[in-house]
Design a protein around this ligand. Structure first.
Ligand code: TRP
Length: 334
């Protein structure tokens, strides 16, 4: 029997950090054992805010290398570049014409990002979730693993599919398959090192707030040493008064591959002076093999390019027929 299909992607802006790894890529690595995975680099989404053309291609390759370095197997999963498949933009246009403007005006992420852009809000920024719907629906996935912050975009995706089915399909013969979101549990959410109540994010202006996957050991150690803590002794999970403590313990748990109970027991009598060097050492050791593989991949671009060319072909074999099906249902000339 065919394995259930999964689709997900990451926008190609900025360096990948621990939050991307522990919150997203590491789950995909596990899922690829039992699922047919389509994983892509969302470079068309990267240009919804002002971008540097000198960095766009490099950022895309860096993310591809990160996927593979973290354990995504290109022989097993399909890794591809969004902009290399015109199907994404074309389906997004079609969706644009059936999506009520009001649905997009309600998107929380748009409102937040628009505030940051000031005068410079592009049509593309508003259209971001429609392109995301096209990314997803082209592959007819069963599941879309995403973080909590993408929940609203997934609901919009399902609404767009249902609307298209209602307008141009029939109940017995839906045009598009409606996917389920696989929202990762809150525990796997990695928070900022400078504020345990905020998500670790590429767009945080402070470098100290996150650990990039390619940070050298000294930098990792220094960032952990400087991470915000509290004056209490004894470390514990899930104390709402101590968000930083919960986050750093959670990082240690994930990076050392231990159970929460084991970590809670190990650290209950520790002070920060004892815990921080332990966390730093654990982080450096966990990232060492990823960094080695990443550097190897980035120094051999021909292999990466080959992976992306294969990925494009495998992705297109699924995306092209879906787009054709939509165009036929809508009455375009065949
Ligand atoms: N919006 C997602 C993010 O910022 C990236 C993304 C684009 C995506 N298209 C997607 C994720 C399709 C899942 C499925 O993380």
């Amino acid at each position: 029997m065919a394995q259930p299909r999964i689709l997900s992607g990451i926008q190609t802006t900025g360096n990948m950090h621990l939050g991307n790894y522990l919150g997203a890529i590491r789950n995909w690595v596990e899922l690829q054992e039992s699922h047919d995975c389509f994983l892509f680099m969302a470079d068309l989404h990267a240009i919804t805010v002002p971008h540097d053309p000198k960095l766009l291609a490099e950022n895309t390759l860096k993310i591809a290398a990160t996927y593979i370095a973290c354990g995504i197997d290109p022989d097993n999963s399909t890794i591809f570049v969004q902009s290399q498949l015109p199907e994404h933009s074309e389906l997004a246009w079609i969706f644009n014409c059936i999506t009520p403007l009001g649905w997009l005006e309600r998107m929380i992420q748009f409102k937040e990002k628009a505030v940051k852009q000031g005068e410079n809000v592009s049509m593309g920024l508003m259209d971001y979730p429609v392109l995301q719907a096209a990314d997803i629906l082209l592959y007819e996935p069963d599941l879309v693993p995403v973080g909590e912050d993408q929940k609203q975009h997934l609901e919009l995706t399902r609404d767009i599919a249902a609307r298209l089915n209602f307008q141009f399909g029939s109940e017995e013969n839906p045009v598009l398959k409606i996917p389920e979101a696989l929202i990762r549990e809150a525990g796997a959410r990695v928070m900022s090192l400078t504020d345990g109540t905020k998500k670790m994010s590429k767009s945080d202006p402070s470098d100290q707030s996150r650990i990039d996957l390619i940070d050298p050991p000294e930098v990792i150690t220094k960032k952990i040493k400087r991470a915000k803590t509290d004056p209490e002794r004894g470390l514990e999970f899930d104390n709402p008064q101590r968000p930083e403590c919960n986050n750093l313990l959670g990082l240690y748990q994930l990076l050392s591959n231990q159970s929460k109970t084991a970590v809670a027991a190990e650290c209950q009598d520790m002070g920060w002076g004892q815990f921080k060097p332990l966390l730093a050492e654990t982080t450096v050791a966990a990232l060492a093999p990823i960094q080695a593989k990443y550097n190897e991949l980035m120094s051999d671009r021909t292999y990466l390019q080959q992976v992306l060319a294969n990925g494009k072909e495998k992705a297109q074999a699924v995306a092209t027929p879906t787009l054709q099906k939509v165009k036929a249902a809508m009455g375009f000339v065949q």
